[in-house]
Design a protein around this ligand. Structure first.
Ligand code: NAD
Length: 508
């Protein structure tokens, strides 16, 4: 039997289920990017908020801008799916809590029918449009945060506004319809790991709208809010064995459960144009006036080190970040990076808070019950490295402070882009700028080959750091180029563990 509203009463006792009358839920939210993360984070919080508050007007219409896979799996289940929260118990064995989530009402596949998505966005019941479309889904240039007018999807949408492919094109068209229909205000809520995600989304939507119709841009400015938010929960991609295990425990088949850690954090600016669910009924969720300090804390103390573990771990041939965190030299390096280089940039945060946050992060990554693949975290580096690592380096440079551990994480990304680990195993580079990066590394190699042996490493780093879409103004910083040159050379000649040992010796 399949998980669906009829089979709910038959589930095993230990499984939590929607504590409200699901048939009475009406849509209030359109969510673009119905991936694993949204289902394990915002949708789960919305489910709880509806149960606690009794306000059932916040059902979610999920939208995939790419693949039909989520819709195909969940349509026969009427949107129901299981959230499995996993960690290791005191005995080191995995333990797991199951909960069926009822807040997702339907899933639309935009490439099949973009018009249906636009109709939902321009529906009077919809008061929030939220997003988790990954960093690259914003069509922005990483170094500047400005819209990339040469992005193929953006160019397509400008030419065919009624059949948008990009998230920005979809939002702009949906908002234009709301304006034409005289509908009320709307909140657009980015839940991606971007610096100032709400402000960024607002800038991109307004820039795009302005090019088409100044009146539309003015309407958006007057009727829509774009709260910034910080989101946190580790949610790896669901594996076949997760599906099998969860279905076995439920007693019915769930074609696509999601798996995450028990920890959850969501800090949202309380600027909603047309109301919001009582999300703060859930533990770990709070509404604030300014999210910037929390967002910076999370990008720098969680996402940055996630990437460092992923790049160095992948090159060592490690499959998961928990294996990377269990490698003493790697864990020691990341701990030092956070304690000595990252935490001091988070001015205004009490030392004790930072220490606790760092220790909890290290414990969370180490969770052996949650295999988060190094290769999944490593993807799209060009979109992630700027706000996770380069922003911190710029901060420290400005104050004349050292950043050699942070620079190693950046060098690790560049070294990773060579596509082969230390065991000689090849892997594919997934990045929207992959072709440009490949060309860049080839140019850097050529420059190094034509330089005198003593200058080769520096020439290589100079060419790499000159890549403006990612490094921006850091290109012209000699201290940054020097640090990159040293780490890249060490990674090439000494390998990951040798490089970490050399860094230790430098610090002694
Ligand atoms: P996912 O790959 O499961 O889902 C991503 C969604 O984005 C899918 O619906 C996909 O169709 C869509 N998408 C992919 N490329 C796109 C593009 N170019 N344009 C528009 N949409 C596109 O990933 P996920 O685990 O759900 O994570 C999504 C995002 O959520 C992350 O990139 C990050 O910003 C945020 N997040 C994730 C985690 C996590 O642990 N997974 C934690 C914090 C924040």
């Amino acid at each position: 039997a399949r998980l669906n509203p009829q089979s709910l009463p038959r589930l095993s006792e230990a499984v939590a289920r929607p504590a409200y009358e699901r048939g009475r839920v009406t849509p209030g939210i359109v969510h673009l990017g119905i991936g694993a993360f949204h289902r394990a984070h915002q949708a789960a919080v919305t489910d709880l908020a509806m149960a606690v508050s009794g306000d059932l007007s916040w059902g979610i219409v999920g939208v995939s801008l790419r693949s039909p896979d989520t819709r195909d799996a969940l349509a026969p289940q009427h949107g129901l799916y299981t959230l499995a929260l996993r960690d290791a118990g005191p005995d080191g064995q995995p333990r797991e809590q199951l909960r069926v989530i009822g807040s997702l009402l339907e899933v639309l596949v935009a490439p099949e029918n973009p018009g249906a998505v636009l109709e939902r966005i321009a529906h009077p019941q919809i008061r929030i449009v939220s997003l988790t479309v990954t960093e690259k889904g914003y069509s922005l240039e990483p170094a500047t945060g400005q819209l990339r007018w040469d992005d193929p999807d953006i160019r397509h949408d400008l030419a065919h506004p009624a059949r948008p492919r990009s998230a920005i094109g979809m939002l702009a068209r949906g908002l234009a319809l709301r304006r034409e229909r005289g509908l009320g205000p709307l909140t657009l809520l980015s839940c991606d790991n971007l610096h100032a995600n709400g402000d960024t989304l607002r800038r991109l939507v307004l820039a795009y709208a302005l090019l088409q119709d100044a009146g539309l841009a003015a309407w958006i400015d007057g009727n829509c809010t774009f709260p910034n938010s910080m989101v946190d929960r580790i949610v790896p991609r669901t594996r076949e064995e997760d599906r099998a295990r969860v279905s076995e425990r439920l007693g019915v088949d769930d074609a696509w459960p999601v798996v995450g850690e028990p920890y959850l954090n969501w800090v949202i600016e309380d600027r909603f144009a047309a109301g919001r669910p009582a999300w703060d009924a859930a533990a770990g969720v709070s509404f604030v006036r300014r999210a910037a300090p929390y967002e910076r804390l999370k990008l720098r103390m969680v996402n940055g080190p996630h990437s460092a573990f992923a790049y160095l771990g992948a090159m060592l041939g490690l499959r998961t970040n928990s294996e990377a965190a269990a490698t003493p030299a790697l864990r020691g390096y990341v701990d030092d990076m956070l304690r000595l280089e990252v935490a001091p940039t988070l001015r205004g945060m009490p030392q004790a808070t930072l220490d606790e946050y760092r220790q909890r992060f290290l414990a969370r990554v180490a969770n052996p019950a949650l295999p988060h693949l190094t290769q999944q975290i490593a993807m799209d580096g060009s979109q992630k490295v700027p706000q996770r690592l380069l922003a911190v380096i710029r901060d420290r440079l400005r104050r004349g402070e050292g950043f050699s551990r942070l620079a190693l994480a950046v060098a690790a990304w560049l070294h990773y882009l060579r596509g082969r680990d230390e065991q000689g195993q090849a892997y594919a580079i997934q990045d929207p700028l992959a072709a440009a990066l490949e060309e860049l590394l080839a140019r850097a190699d050529a420059a190094a080959a034509s330089a005198s042996p003593g200058r080769a490493a520096h020439r290589r780093a100079l060419v790499v750091a000159g890549y403006k879409p990612v490094f921006g103004k850091l290109a012209g910083q000699p201290a940054f180029v020097d640090a990159l040159a040293e780490h890249l050379e060490r990674l090439r000649t000494l390998g990951v563990l040798g490089t970490l040992a050399a860094l230790e010796r430098d610090a002694a």
